[in-house]
Ligand binder design. Structure first.
Ligand code: PAF
Length: 282
């Protein structure tokens, strides 16, 4: 695996792969890798002869300086994992290269970035789309892979790529879960053992909602099942339950007659966790 500390080296590595006629899949990460990231790599490898990755803790998507400073950084272990997973090249750039002196360009989905989690984390999705646009331009892959767990992020990136006519395919990869159902996330390492056990209530809530989700069931009933299941866990501080149209993110009301996306979030000892599931007929 070629470890590239700057974009020139990374582009050169990719140009070499292209020269041999190989297709290229991209996995962007902020490091602190876990099995969820490896599932993205595996999906990219299934589709492409070459897989490249990036490790970049993107400062513009953090609202809070402390959150950025305390974000786990585990580079040596990340490199081992990417190498073992068969990644061909990885870019680990400096902040100053991605955001050079005088950088003033932002990329933003003007509506999708400001609903749901965008309301709780102002500026977050603008930071994500700006950095992902830069990384896509640097790597120019055939396809880029993102986890379905970060559902709003995935939809925001899809919208950006569509609107900008970017010639890249965006692939959503199903969430990888711990045996008790907790969605894998770099944030899970910040949970105390008690909060870690409690956090499984998120996937239990989604299971309960899915079990309830028959044809023409009132959406309010599904909402109630989600809230009751999470609130039954005393360590969970429920932050949001949203049942929305998967494309527009508009709230869905009335009866369940089509596919909807459930997006939930709760804090456990101050650590905000999210989860999601699509339910209902297509
Ligand atoms: O999902 C992430 O890890 C980040 O938001 C991403 C897509 C790498 C952009 O910094």
């Amino acid at each position: 695996m070629q470890v590239c500390r700057n974009t020139t080296a990374f582009r050169d590595a990719i140009a070499g792969f292209r020269a041999s006629g190989d297709g290229v899949g991209l996995v962007t990460t902020m490091g602190a890798l876990h099995a969820g990231h490896l599932a993205l790599v595996a999906a990219a490898k299934a589709d492409h002869a070459r897989v490249v990755a990036t490790i970049f803790v993107n400062p513009t998507q953090f609202g809070d300086r402390t959150d950025l400073d305390t974000y786990p950084r585990t580079e040596a272990q990340d490199l081992q994992m990417l190498r073992a997973a068969g990644v061909d090249a990885v870019l680990i750039p400096e902040v100053a290269e991605i955001y050079p002196e005088g950088d003033e360009t932002i990329v933003e989905t003007t509506r999708l970035a400001h609903v749901l989690h965008g309301q709780v984390r102002p500026g977050h999705f603008r930071g994500v789309t700006t950095v992902v646009a830069k990384l896509l331009n640097i790597a120019q892959p055939d396809a880029a892979y993102f986890g379905e767990k970060d559902y709003q992020q995935l939809q925001v990136i899809r919208r950006m790529v569509r609107d900008l006519h970017s010639p890249v395919r965006i692939v959503g990869v199903p969430t990888v879960r711990e045996p008790d159902g907790l969605a894998m996330s770099s944030r899970n390492t910040r949970l105390t053992p008690e909060d870690r056990a409690a956090a499984a209530c998120l996937s239990r809530a989604l299971d309960a909602a899915e079990a309830e989700a028959g044809w023409r069931v009132p959406i309010d009933r599904i909402d109630q099942v989600l809230r009751t299941t999470i609130n039954r866990e005393p360590r969970a501080a429920l932050r949001a339950v949203d049942i929305v149209d998967p494309d527009s993110f508009d709230p869905v009301r009335g009866l369940l007659t089509r596919k909807v996306a459930i997006m939930i979030s709760a804090e456990f000892g101050g650590v905000l966790l999210i989860d999601q599931r699509e339910i209902g007929p297509d």
